[in-house]
Design a protein around this ligand. Structure first.
Ligand SMILES: NC(=O)C1=CN([C@@H]2O[C@H](COP(=O)(O)OP(=O)(O)OC[C@H]3O[C@@H](n4cnc5c(N)ncnc54)[C@H](OP(=O)(O)O)[C@@H]3O)[C@@H](O)[C@H]2O)C=CC1
Ligand SMILES: CC(=O)[C@@H](O)[C@H](O)COP(=O)(O)O
Ligand SMILES: [Mn+2]
Length: 385
C-alpha cells in the first residue's frame, strides 16, 4: 500500500485552509501532517480534533496566551509563535505544503517550503508579488515545484499543457469585475466596507475580497502570473468575465485559445494542486450545461479601476516595485476595513507611494523587507495628512 500524501496547511483557519480540509476529508490517500492558525484558535483546535495532525502551530503569541488548548488530541504537539511556520513547511515528513496565509505574513512559510524543495500548493499570491525573483530562483536550485492554487493560475497551468512554452502567444486572466463592476466614478467614491466584502461569485477572506472589488486582486495576479509562468507583462492580458466560469485562457501562436471552465469553487484548483499530475474524482460540482446560460467577456476599464494598471507596471518593472505595491495595498486595505480610508483612495495611495519609492532593480530579501516597511510607513503618513 502506498503512503498517504502528507500535507502541511499554513493558514488552515482561513477560507482556502478550510476548503483544503474539505478536499482532504473527501479524498483517499491524504493526511494532514501539520496546520497553522493565527487568531481563530477555536477553529484551529476543531480542525486538529478532526484531522489529528502531528503539529499545530498557533502563530499569534498574544492570541495563544490565555487560550485553553486542552481539547487538542493527545498525539498533537502544540507550537506557539510564527517562527514555527518554517519548521512545519520544511519538515522531512511533508510531501505538499499548502501556502494559504494571507498577505506578506505568508512569505516566510512559502520561502521555507521552497528552500526545502517541497511541492508548494501556492494560494498566497503576495509571496510572488513581493519576492517572485528570489522565490523562482530558489525553486530552480532546490527542485521545489510551485503549483498554483489561485483559480486563474490553475486554469492557465492546465491550459498550458496543450502546447509548448515557445508556442504561447499570450495568457488571458479572467476577472469577475467584483461587486462594483458597473458602478460609476461617483458611485465608487461612497461604497461601504459591507458592499466591498460582498463578492458576486466567490466566498473569500476579507483582504482578497476588497482586492477583488478594487481589481487590485487582478493586478496582483498579473504579477503572480509573470513569475509563475516566466512570461513578460506584454504577454499577459485581463478580461472581465462576470460569471467566473471561464477561469482563464491561453492563446497559442496558431491562435487556438484553450480555456478551463468550472463552477466557481476553490476546491477544484486546490484538489488539482494536491493530486497533480493526476486527476481524481472531483469534490466540487461539475458544470451544469442543462440550463441556458450566457458567458460574457468585457475589456476592463482602467479609468474606473486604476489599480489594474499598477499590476502591469509592476510586472514589467520588477525589482522592489512588487514589495512596495503589496505593502501599500495591504496597509490601505486594512485602513479601508477600519473605515480610515475611502475605497477609491486605495489605488490612488498605492500609485503615489509606488511613484515615490527608491527603485532597486535586483534586490535581496533584506532590501525587499525594507521597502515593505517603508511603504507601510508612507501609507500611514498618506492617511494622516
Ligand atoms: N479565498 C480564496 O478563494 C482565494 C484566496 N487566495 C489567496 O489565498 C490566501 C488566503 O486567502 P483567504 O483564505 O481568503 O484568507 P483568510 O483571511 O480567509 O485566511 C487567512 C489565513 O491566514 C492566517 N493569518 C492571518 N494573519 C496571519 C499572520 N500574521 N500570521 C500567520 N497567519 C496569519 C489566518 O489565521 P486566523 O484566521 O486564525 O487569524 C487564516 O488562516 C491569500 O493570499 C489570498 O490572496 C487566492 C485565490 C482564492
Ligand atoms: C477565487 C480566486 O481565484 C480569486 O482570486 C478570484 O479570482 C477573485 O475574483 P476577481 O476575479 O473578482 O478578482
Ligand atoms: Mn484568483
Amino acid at each position: 500500500m502506498t503512503q498517504p500524501k502528507r500535507i502541511s496547511i499554513l493558514g488552515v483557519t482561513g477560507s482556502i485552509g478550510q476548503s483544503t480540509l474539505d478536499v482532504v476529508r473527501q479524498t483517499d490517500g491524504m493526511s494532514v501532517f501539520a496546520m497553522s492558525g493565527h487568531s481563530a484558535l477555536e477553529s484551529l483546535v476543531e480542525a486538529a480534533k478532526e484531522f489529528q495532525p502531528k503539529f499545530v502551530v498557533a502563530t499569534s503569541q498574544s492570541a495563544a496566551d490565555g487560550f485553553d488548548f486542552g481539547d487538542l488530541p493527545a498525539g498533537t504537539e502544540l507550537l506557539v509563535g510564527s517562527h514555527h511556520i518554517a519548521q512545519i513547511a520544511s519538515a522531512p515528513e511533508v510531501d505538499v505544503v499548502v501556502a494559504a496565509i494571507v498577505g506578506i505574513a505568508g512569505l516566510p512559510g512559502t520561502m521555507a517550503a521552497v528552500e526545502a524543495g517541497k511541492t508548494v500548493a501556492l494560494a498566497n499570491k503576495e509571496s510572488l508579488v513581493v519576492a517572485g525573483s528570489l522565490i523562482t530562483a530558489m525553486a530552480a536550485s532546490s527542485g521545489s515545484r510551485i503549483l498554483p492554487v489561485d483559480s486563474e493560475h490553475s486554469a492557465v497551468f492546465q491550459a498550458l499543457q496543450s502546447g509548448q512554452p515557445n508556442e504561447v502567444s499570450r495568457i488571458v486572466l479572467t476577472a469577475s469585475g467584483g461587486p462594483f463592476r458597473d458602478f460609476s466614478d461617483s458611485e465608487l467614491k461612497t461604497v461601504t466596507v459591507e458592499q466591498a466584502l460582498a463578492h458576486p461569485t466567490w466566498q473569500m477572506g476579507d483582504k482578497i475580497s476588497v482586492d477583488s472589488a478594487t481589481m487590485m486582486n487582478k493586478a496582483l495576479e498579473v504579477i503572480e502570473a509573470r513569475w509563475l509562468f516566466d512570461l513578460p507583462a506584454a504577454k499577459i492580458e485581463v478580461v472581465v468575465h462576470p460569471q467566473s466560469i471561464v477561469h482563464s485562457m491561453v492563446e497559442f501562436v496558431d491562435h487556438s485559445t484553450v480555456a478551463q471552465l468550472s463552477p466557481p469553487d476553490m476546491r477544484l484548483p486546490i484538489q488539482y494542486a494536491l493530486t497533480w499530475p493526476d486527476r481524481i474524482a472531483g469534490v466540487s460540482p461539475p458544470l451544469d450545461l442543462s440550463r441556458p446560460q450566457t458567458l460574457e467577456f468585457i475589456p476592463p476599464d482602467t479609468d474606473r479601476f486604476p489599480a489594474l494598471k499598477l499590476g502591469f507596471d509592476v510586472a514589467a518593472r520588477g525589482g522592489t516595485s512588487g514589495a512596495v505595491l503589496n505593502a501599500a495595498n495591504e496597509s490601505a486595505v486594512a485602513a479601508f476595513l477600519k473605515r480610515e480610508l475611502s475605497f477609491t483612495d486605495i489605488a490612488i495611495a498605492c500609485q503615489e507611494i509606488l511613484e515615490q519609492h527608491d527603485f532597486i532593480a535586483d534586490p535581496n530579501l533584506e532590501q525587499l523587507m525594507a521597502c515593505d516597511q517603508w511603504a507601510r510607513q508612507e501609507l500611514a503618513k498618506w492617511i494622516s495628512v
